[in-house]
Structures are given as structure tokens and as C-alpha cells.
Design a protein around this ligand. Structure first.
Ligand SMILES: Cc1cc2nc3c(=O)[nH]c(=O)nc-3n(C[C@H](O)[C@H](O)[C@H](O)COP(=O)(O)O)c2cc1C
Ligand code: SF4
Length: 433
């Protein structure tokens, strides 16, 4: 989508996006705590589901991160990495523990070496720590652990109450996030993300309005695990280590099943609670970096990653989804203006995405621009922006959802379109068949 097509489509749809044709701002450095980022471009966490069964990075994992490291983004947000076996989203999800720690040390060191050799700087690498909650499948079949029953997701197949995690279970998890963060520091990561997005366990708790006990009901209870896990991670790591989070600020499900929505049963965003939470993250927990996202990749992926082709026809123009990402990100950060914020959802714009990224930084939506699917399709997108001032249309992600289909089929995930030699044969075998 070139810039003039994009402008036409925006005008037709009446969707405002903050575009800037001057993109030098993306090449500027930025500082997070004691660390410096060489540019404002970030690779979002992109799970390849290709680790070993015991949770170590395997051949395709190394290949992916080598491509990312060569690609020139200043920050690589390493994919969802389980902190417990029962919270793994698939049998090949990465899993950090005493037995796998050395393999994480190795991959982080390889990323840094490659980045330095290829681009003259070591990218920062943040480890995303997760418990997959209702999407746990450690042995390949559903073994859901839920915060509460949700008829919107469970429809005709309610999950029995024995799968609702107890308060004791959640209390113990607070410390386990601290232990995992300390391991991430020992592995050489620059920081750890206490993942609270996309309706995995911590994120699901944010909307546990009807749950009884210490982790449900009032805001203080629904955010208890999240905030205590962050505190535990802070207490377990050094002051140089970045404790951060990828946070859903809008779930896109009606009350009482969604965070960041009005309590009138509509899907209208209400940023009061996300804003309140972000103020606490900044003022009380001391977070310096926050990665903002939305939606649920399983149930409403058009909110999470606007697409042209996907599992259903989206109920809105994808540009409206991109606009929601920008508007809500700008709104929720208002109470903590000094927090460094990463926005999501740029890949939909293909070769015009640098203009949105630059415009978003200039207009105060975010400080850093995070690209997800684009990194699968076009791993050196950041280098092309920084060195050539543009992205190449014929290398861009076409938002066709094939990578997600691979994931849903229980296969390894990558881009069959732009990285076809590796992933098209797998797509043919696992999805088309
Ligand atoms: C195959 C695939 C794997 C993903 N894995 C993760 C993940 O591990 N952690 C995460 O927070 N988001 C994950 N995401 C979401 C992306 O990070 C990103 O938020 C989303 O794709 C929207 O950004 P984009 O429009 O730049 O692609 C994944 C998305 C896809 C398609
Ligand atoms: S398969 Fe490739 S082109 Fe299609 S959405 Fe995924 S990354 Fe983009």
C-alpha cells in the first residue's frame, strides 16, 4: 500500500491516522534506564512454536532470531516464554527453567553478537514471561487453567469449575514470575516482560469482575497478581535490568468479560482503568518501558492484528483497527507521560508503515514502533528504514494470516509467503491438507 493509496483509503473511510512523510525520527536513539536504543524500531514478540519439547530454542528458533538480529531493530522483544510447564501454550513453546537456562544464554549471546557484527550495535533483548492460562496446551491438547468461566469464549462448551485456578495457585505464581525474571537476567536478557495481554492468564484476570476472592471483583483484586508479579520481578533482579510488560489496554469484549470497555454491554472503549493501571505501573512499580497492545488473537484477531485475509470477514475496515490502536495508546499513556511506550499494529500498512510510525512518535502516541508480522515476512525492514529511508513493497507482509493458521494447526509458525522455502512446504502439509 503506497502512501497515496493509503491517503485515499483513509479519506474514503474517514479514518484519521497521524502520518509523517519525514521519518528521520525513527533513526534517533532513545534511553531506557541505563540502556540506550540505537533507533526507535522494535520487533514485537513473535512465537515460532519451534522450541524443543523440553523448552529450549531449536534450529528454526535460532534461524528466526539470527534473521531478526541482522535486521537492525534496536529492540528485539523475545517471544512468549513459559515460566511453568503447565502454562505452555504448545509442546514446543520455549520454557525458561534451570535445565534450559544455558540454551537461553546461548541464543541471547548469538543475537547480540550478530547484531553487533551486522549493524554495529547490540540490540536490546527483552524476554516475554508468560502463563498461557486458558490457552495452555503443554502436551498439545487443551489443558486450560482459567481465571473465571466466560460464556463468550466457552459458548456451548463450558469449562468445568475445576479448571478455575485457586487463590493459592495465583499467590504462588507471583513469586514464580520473580524467579523466572531472575533467570532471564542470568540468561543475559536486558529485561523481562511480565506478559499481561491477549487473554492469557494475567490478562484474563484484569476482567475477572465476577470472580470471588482476592483476585476478582474490585480493580485492586483484578490487578493483584499482575502488580505483585511485577514487584516480585523487580525485587529478584538488579536495578540495571528492565522490568517491563506487554499490556492489553482494550480487550474488545463486553463487560463483564472485557478490560478497558464501558460497563454498558457495548464494545466501546473506556480507558479509565487502563489509565489508572498505567499510572500505578509508572509511579508505584517504577516501570520505565511499556508495550501496549489489544484484543485476543483467538477470538477477535481483527482487534489484535488488523488483516486483509483471516479466519472471518472483519466487522470493521482494518484501518479502523489500526486507528483504534493509535488512539487508545495515546490516551492511556496520558497519566504517565515520561514512560517509554511501544505501540503495535503497524504491519497492516505495508511499505507505508514508516510514515505512521514516524507520525505516531511525533504526535505522542508512542516513543517506539513495534512490528510483529512484518518481522516474519521482512526481517530487515528496520535496516531498510534506517539505511534507505523506505521499505520495499515486494518484501512486505500482506496480512494474509497464514502464519497464524500455521500456529493454530499446531505447526511451527513463520511466513509461507515471504519465507516460502522453509514455511510453504509446512503450510501445504499442515494447513492446506
Ligand atoms: C504467529 C504469531 C505469533 C505471535 N506471538 C506473539 C507472542 O509470542 N507474544 C505476543 O505478545 N504477541 C505475539 N503475537 C502478536 C504480535 O506480537 C503483534 O502484536 C501482532 O501481530 C500485531 O502486530 P503487527 O500488526 O505488527 O503484526 C504473535 C502474532 C503472530 C501472528
Ligand atoms: S504469513 Fe507472512 S505475509 Fe501472511 S500475515 Fe503472516 S507474516 Fe504476513
Amino acid at each position: 500500500m503506497n502512501l497515496s493509496t493509503l491517503k485515499k483509503r483513509l479519506a474514503q473511510q474517514g479514518v484519521p491516522l497521524p502520518l509523517s512523510e519525514e521519518i528521520d525520527i525513527l533513526c534517533e536513539k532513545s534511553i531506557i534506564g541505563k540502556k540506550t536504543l540505537s533507533n526507535r524500531l522494535v520487533i514485537q514478540p513473535m512465537e515460532g512454536c519451534d522450541g524443543t519439547f523440553d523448552g529450549k530454542p531449536d534450529t528454526l528458533t535460532y534461524r528466526r532470531y539470527q534473521r531478526f538480529a541482522k535486521g537492525g531493530a534496536a529492540l528485539i522483544w523475545f517471544e512468549a516464554t513459559a515460566i511453568l510447564n503447565e502454562g505452555r501454550a504448545n509442546p514446543r513453546q520455549l520454557y525458561i527453567n534451570d535445565n534450559t537456562l544455558d540454551s537461553f544464554k546461548n541464543i541471547v549471546s548469538e543475537i547480540k553478537k550478530t547484531g553487533l557484527r551486522e549493524n554495529g550495535f547490540e540490540p536490546l533483548v527483552i524476554c516475554q514471561l508468560t502463563h498461557s492460562g486458558r490457552y495452555s496446551k503443554p502436551d498439545g491438547k487443551s489443558a486450560e487453567l482459567i481465571a473465571y468461566n466466560n460464556p463468550l469464549f466457552e459458548k456451548e462448551k463450558p469449562i468445568d469449575n475445576s479448571k478455575i485456578v485457586s487463590d493459592d495457585y495465583l499467590r504462588a505464581l507471583e513469586d514464580k514470575f520473580g524467579i523466572a525474571a531472575s533467570m532471564a537476567e542470568r540468561a543475559g536478557f536486558d529485561g523481562a516482560d511480565i506478559k499481561c495481554c491477549h487473554r492469557y492468564l494475567l490478562c484474563e484476570l484484569l476482567s475477572a469482575f465476577k470472580r470471588k476472592g482476592r483476585y476478582g471483583g474490585e480493580f485492586e483484586n483484578r490487578t493483584r497478581l499482575y502488580l505483585n508479579a511485577l514487584k516480585s520481578a523487580k525485587a529478584s533482579t538488579s536495578s540495571d535490568f528492565i522490568i517491563t510488560s506487554r499490556l492489553n489496554v482494550y480487550d474488545g469484549f463486553p463487560y463483564p468479560y472485557g478490560f478497558g470497555v464501558k460497563n454498558d454491554g457495548s464494545l466501546t472503549p473506556d480507558t479509565a482503568e487502563p489509565e489508572r493501571l498505567i499510572k500505578i505501573l509508572y509511579n508505584e512499580i517504577g516501570l520505565k518501558l511499556l508495550n501496549i497492545t489489544m484484543g485476543n488473537p483467538y477470538v477477535n484477531p481483527h482487534v489484535n492484528r488488523p488483516f486483509d485475509k483471516g479466519p472471518y470477514d472483519p466487522p470493521e475496515n482494518p484501518l479502523a483497527g489500526v486507528e483504534r490502536m493509535m488512539t487508545l495508546t495515546k490516551q492511556v499513556r496520558k497519566g504517565a507521560p515520561l514512560l517509554t511506550v511501544i505501540a503495535s499494529g503497524f504491519s497492516y500498512l505495508r511499505e507505508s508503515s514508516p510514515y505512521l510510525a514516524a507520525g505516531a512518535v511525533k504526535s505522542g502516541v508512542c516513543d517506539l514502533a513495534g512490528f510483529g508480522r512484518e518481522a516474519f515476512a521482512y526481517p530487515d525492514w528496520a535496516k531498510d528504514i534506517v539505511k534507505n529511508g523506505e521499505m520495499r513493497a515486494n518484501k512486505c507482509c500482506i496480512t494474509c494470516s497464514k502464519c497464524s493458521l500455521l500456529m493454530r494447526a499446531g505447526a511451527v509458525a513463520g511466513c509461507p509467503v515471504r519465507d516460502g522455502e522453509v514455511y510453504m512446504p509446512i503450510f501445504r502439509e499442515k494447513v492446506m491438507k
